[in-house]
Unconditional design. Sequence first.
Length: 493
Amino acid sequence: MIGVIQRCLAGFLALIVVLIVFAWFVLLRPVAQPTTHDPLQIFDHGSIGGETAQGIPYWIWRVLPTLFPEYLPGNQDGYGSIGVYWVAGEELPVGFSKKTLGVIPRVAPNCAFCHQGSYRLHADDPATLVPAGAGARVNVQGFIRFLAAIGQHSDRFTTDKVMDAITAIYAMPLWERTLYRYLLIPAVRSAFEAQASRFAWMDTRPDWGPGRIDPFNPVKFFNLHLPDDGTIGNSDIVPLWDLGTMVTETQGHYSLHWDGLNSDLRETAISGAIGDGMDYQGYTAARPTLDAIIDFIRLQKPPPSPFSTALRPDDPYHVDAADVAQGQALYQTHCASCHAPGGAQFRTVISAIDVGTDRHRIDMWTEAAKDRYTNYHDGDYKWGFKAFHKTNGYVADELSGLWLRGPYLHNGSVPTLRDLLALPDQRPKQFYRGYDLIDAANGGYASQAGTPAQRYGTLYDTALPGNGNGGHLYGTDLSEQDKQRLLAYLKTL
């Protein structure tokens, strides 16, 4: 009798092993993405290892906007409503990767989801993509809320409804229909329900809006298991340009993120991928891609400013050469020590008292968060982070591609360069952001009420917590003539 039980137990264990191996090969085994030597393609679509935790099976991802357009920003149909750029002929918008786990392709965001820019020089121009740029139009919160809203109304996310939408555009084979119907759709429905719960804290804060993100509160609450402390980390998405020069010019002593919470480029890239869902298993597969992305952002430069290339006086982007020359001298006197490579305070943290800007972003990153990320581990694997810090100020950033970095200050609270040179009480209290037409007269993006910026953008209110536009008084005491000269130079950067 004991022998029979032992044989049954052995057979049962063997079956379990077979099922685990089957599940691994069918659902979890990472399959390498197609090889490419195009660094831009890797940056735009390379996997950063988030597919296991954040990946959506491709055909579900494909039909979500047509099934639930009412949950997209502006009730628009399509992923373009979240501000991502779609290159003609490509299968996915910039910022999404497609990677197969087992036999199922999955779609997940990558670094370029946030770090992509676009611009128009004239209102009727098509948008021009700016790789690794500041994501002035990207609505990260809009995408999160889109998935969360589906989770909140999961009774509408039925297997029949999803399968009808998929099979209307794809002749899915029987084995794949079976996986989607009985396994993948129910799993995604549960994941969207969890998404709604995980990000419910966002409803107690001001909206991020296009071009902004609270990058570390999600990590604090989910990865680091810290309690909701009510802090607000809303801040502009930064461009990732020419970071190799930054490392060289600072002799390796530099600060990253708006508040300088990390001082190592590789750690910053890896911790960012963790925040986007990468675990250690995903890292082992995604490491070559992350290496290529880091190399890309070390070398990638912003496009030349149209203000530096416009030669005809009747061109709206033309600036007077004499004004530019005199503005450059003013820049060296008033700005270069903080913002020019080689300056004494370049890429260092300036005290919040000295810079005077809204401090919510600083208070969001706490000593407890720094300590937990320093000791962060994934199961038995310790990441070994050494470069996290808690600071009390903001980083004196470089100004390359300044014409594409608007709105300005760490929280994007000042719409144009001209406004930045005005005293805080003279800066706009409300404006519209998320429209990518360059403001030729003032520097930055068009933002005024009564213009297309109101139609295509989102209202920004400086009275809301975290949105304050005070501080950074540098240059505000110049004469109006000198402000015009400095503005002329700043536009050319």
